[in-house]
Design a protein around this ligand. Structure first.
Ligand SMILES: *Cc1c(COP(=O)(O)O)cnc(C)c1O
Length: 456
């Protein structure tokens, strides 16, 4: 049976169309950087699944009952209960988005000479760690590094490497271990419950707190249900509760699995750490019962956190990513396998073998997809993660990927069919795609503002 969208559409937004000629001019004017293209000039926007979800009628109703009191707002208490129920953690601190949570957390526990270990840190997480003076270390399992080799839990942390790293650097220099679920930068691949248990065991042995980057906790929980036998008959909320039970805290961007357009939080068990976080929050985001958000946002998040754990939704969600992935595999397009939870990741290194890493094959492919079909994706490769050695040579990223993130509840199956057709056409004509050179870059998170030009 066809798995249908588990919703009806009550309100629509028009898509504006452009011609290929118009898009060629737009791309050049945007310096071949998709972040610099106007949204109106995009036909299908797969830049991110962050803050782009369609809210439900219940969430919009929640917006109307948002309590905008500066302190002690009713909406805060509903938000707090929703997060407590989902995580089992007693302390809930709202923030304006995920990176605000990270900024607060790592300003307190980061600093020079320290290491934050992870399966894979997301780019804003890594940047906040590095800005504090600490170093972020990714210890992803070996199968997670092979884009085209399927495995059920490619987001797992390499537990052996973790223990070795702790022994090498000393637990006193590692204030935190953070597991990202699902692993956004590594293909939206899930982490197994067993892996979280194993990591927790090592962390406990060495007295290192374990945190979860919980942006896609529901998608990860559903993968656990599908792929880890023990959980086949366990409800998603119960899986999520167990997952969080191993953690000392978590950060979350509500722009992902809470279906909200803005928001985030830190949830904790340690009151002493919470006190420091709240003090920083007051100078950066706002009073601890709103954290830089409007009361109505807190309301929308509280409702969204409940909705996202619905298994009809999660089945449709996971299946729609898999559907696009399967169509591409059938035509030989190199994609990360198996499908992740929120996005399709094209292996740009394999797609464009004639373009070397220092000519940014991922970014070149992003440009080609926009030109062909007005589809906007994002490079997750050497433009995002590349660094320079002392001689100014690029140290390329481990992988060159293009992420096509699917906004939640936004596009229908025919939109996805169109995306597949465009990618397949670009794949057939891939030999014509040219590499890119950077003409301007910022010192951190350069991919957001970089300017590039085609190498002729
Ligand atoms: C989006 C994201 C963040 C940062 O959240 P923002 O709301 O964009 O600041 C952190 N970690 C992961 C895994 C993410 O996907």
């Amino acid at each position: 049976m066809t798995i249908i969208e588990p919703f009806r559409i009550k309100s629509v937004e028009p898509i504006l169309f452009t011609t290929r000629e118009q898009r060629a001019a737009i791309l050049e004017k945007a310096f071949y950087n998709a972040f610099l293209i106007k949204a109106d000039d995009v036909i299908i926007d797969l830049l991110t699944d962050s803050g782009t979800s369609a809210m439900s009628s219940a969430q919009w109703a929640g917006i109307m009952i948002g309590d905008e009191s500066y302190a002690g707002s009713n909406s805060f208490f509903r938000f707090e209960s929703a997060v407590q129920e989902m995580t089992g953690m007693p302390i809930v601190i709202p923030t304006h988005q995920g990176r605000a949570s990270e900024k607060i957390l790592f300003s307190i526990i980061g600093g020079k000479g320290k290491y934050i270990v992870s399966n894979t840190l997301f780019d804003t997480t890594r940047a906040n760690i590095e800005v504090s003076g600490a170093e972020g270390v990714d210890l992803l399992c070996p199968e997670g590094k092979l884009p085209q080799v399927p495995a059920p839990f490619k987001g797992n942390m390499d537990v052996e490497a973790l223990e070795k790293f702790i022994q090498e650097k000393g637990a006193e220099h590692i204030p935190l271990c953070m597991i990202t679920v699902t692993n956004n930068s590594g293909g939206g691949q899930p982490v197994s419950m067993q892996n979280i248990r194993d990591v927790k065991k090592v962390c406990t042995q060495y007295g290192i707190p374990l945190f979860i980057d919980a942006c896609r906790f529901a998608e990860n929980s559903y993968f656990i249900k599908l792929r880890e036998k023990e959980f086949a008959n366990v409800s998603v909320p119960a899986i999520a509760r167990e997952l969080f039970s191993y953690a000392d805290g978590c950060t979350m961007s509500a722009k992902k699995d809470a279906f909200a357009n803005i928001g985030g939080f830190i949830a904790l068990r340690d009151e002493a750490l919470a006190l420091k976080c709240r003090n920083l929050l007051i100078i950066t985001d706002g009073f601890p019962t709103y954290g830089g958000l409007a009361g109505r946002d807190l309301e929308a998040i509280a409702i969204g956190l409940h909705e996202v754990m619905d298994e009809h939704y999660l089945q449709y969600r996971i299946r729609s990513i898999e559907y696009l992935t399967e169509k591409l595999i059938a035509e030989g397009v190199p994609v990360m396998q198996p499908a992740g939870g929120h996005a399709v990741y094209i292996d740009a290194k394999a797609f464009l073998p004639h373009i070397p890493s220092d000519q940014y094959p991922g970014q070149a492919l992003v440009g080609a997809l926009y030109l062909e079909g007005g589809i906007r994706g994002v490079e997750i490769g050497s433009l995002m993660f590349g660094k320079y050695d002392d001689a100014g040579q690029l140290i390329p990223s481990m992988m060159e990927l293009v992420r096509l993130a699917i906004p939640r509840r936004v596009y229908t199956q025919s939109h996805i069919d169109y995306v597949a057709e465009v990618i397949i056409k670009v794949f057939k004509e891939r030999h014509q795609i040219k590499g890119l050179a950077i003409t301007y870059e910022a010192p951190t998170l350069r991919h957001f503002t970089a300017r590039l030009k085609e190498i002729s």
